[in-house]
Write a protein that binds this ligand. Sequence first.
Ligand code: GLN
Length: 284
Amino acid sequence: MTVLEAIQKSTDFLAKRGVESPRLQAELLLAHLLKMPRMKLYLNFERTLAGTETDALRECVKRRGGREPLQHITGSTSFCGFEITVNRHALVPRPETEILAELGWTFLASLGSPVRAALDLGTGTGCIAIALAAKCPAARITATDISPEALALAADNAKKNNTAGIEFRHSDGFAAMPKETVFDLIVSNPPYIPTAEIETLQPEVRDFDPRTALDGGTDGLIFYRGFAIEAKPRLKPAGKIMLEFGDGQAPAIRKIFENEKWIVEAVKSDYSQRDRILIASLRG
Ligand code: GLN
């Protein structure tokens, strides 16, 4: 079988299984297996695949057809230019979360000296914390997660990206954070899907991202209610919080924070122009 035939066959199979952008997915899988950039496949359409290559491709395409996310099969994804290893213990980093990370490091960098402190609550793969640490090497970055397996993955990712200075802490929200530690910046991409909606999500998310990373309780807002209260004593007077949230949640989230006397400074939108990130402070 040639490269082109393999792509066509894989595309047909993935399309039948309801995979979005089946041709692109087939190409990405084959490029991964052949260890070449996707575009280089186009120069190799006539190349005949070795039996071992065809076997490996068949295995990968079968997994993808079972709606396993591409990133779980290739083992990693890119986040703000950093290579992040992924597995079933943490949410696959999403492109929109890159906006949150960039807002975070831009704010942190704007503060200048002395040493600044930032917290990433619910770090998952560690993607946000790693981006902050890499872009603001002078800052002290702490990252927490409720899952010890996610923390192990995050620490491994930090090491691979030369941001080993991040302090990883096993904690349910702020519970295990020492009371006296305060931050200039607290970022989080918490679970925000209403429980009943999880079943309606695409299988890649529903069956492969950890439930704890998705489930935001009955209305999806349980994390924000707690955070609006618990984050107050953890923030320095001029500090800011930056939180990702889900589609249509902006008005409810604004209310939650304003009721707790936060000043909502901005609501930023994502690449599809949907409200996605809340920026708030206690002082304005
Ligand atoms: N902070 C991680 C991310 O943004 C994990 C978020 C989560 O599990 N809800 O990818």
